[in-house]
Ligand binder design. Structure first.
Ligand SMILES: [Zn+2]
Ligand SMILES: [Zn+2]
Length: 176
């Protein structure tokens, strides 16, 4: 087991423990299937479930919160809160800023959420960047100057160009 696995494992446990103490929500179990991690809870109503999910962060890919209620089950992933049965989005998850900006090659400097890469660029094709699509996929930008990433929820725009919140330079889509 690498030191990273151990560190992340520990962090996960601490997060789960805090979540277990939420009002009106009860922790049931942690399930791991095909490398996906599900923290499962039960709640008395849809409203309680959504309130709980809004307050909780899911900062990594392949990590899910699921709340089962008499009104149905609701989930949260890196990007959104959704209906478990239909997989339809209810709303985007709100990303709270970190206490201070933190440069990272894997996570957004402002919110600390994992930033995913776009597919490979196709030679000779100019892509139109649609912010709503990037948000739904968790795809973000990279500042070469600051060596940090920005998620699509946290970037600033100068006209139509996304700019880095640290150095103010135009930033590019993160590529795999
Ligand atoms: Zn962000
Ligand atoms: Zn920068």
């Amino acid at each position: 087991m690498s030191i990273f696995t151990r560190l992340f494992g520990k962090k996960d446990d601490e997060e789960t423990k805090t979540r277990r103490q939420a009002k009106g929500v009860r922790f049931r179990e942690v399930e791991t299937t095909n490398g996906n991690r599900y923290e499962v809870f039960t709640a008395t109503s849809r409203d309680t479930a959504l309130e709980f999910l809004r307050a909780e962060d899911v900062k990594e890919e392949r990590s899910y919160l699921v709340v089962e209620t008499p009104d149905g089950s609701f989930g949260k992933d890196l990007v959104m809160i959704f209906d478990e049965k239909t997989s339809e989005m209810i709303e985007f998850g709100e990303r709270k800023p970190l206490p201070q900006l933190k440069k990272s090659k894997a996570h957004c400097a402002r919110c600390g959420y994992a930033v995913l890469p776009a597919g490979r660029a196709v030679a000779g094709v100019t892509e139109m960047i649609v912010m709503e699509d990037l948000k739904k996929k968790g795809v973000g930008f990279s500042c070469q100057t600051c060596r940090t990433l920005w998620c699509p929820f946290c970037i600033s725009l100068q006209g139509a160009a996304p700019i880095c919140g640290i150095c103010g330079k135009v930033i590019k889509l993160l590529r795999a």
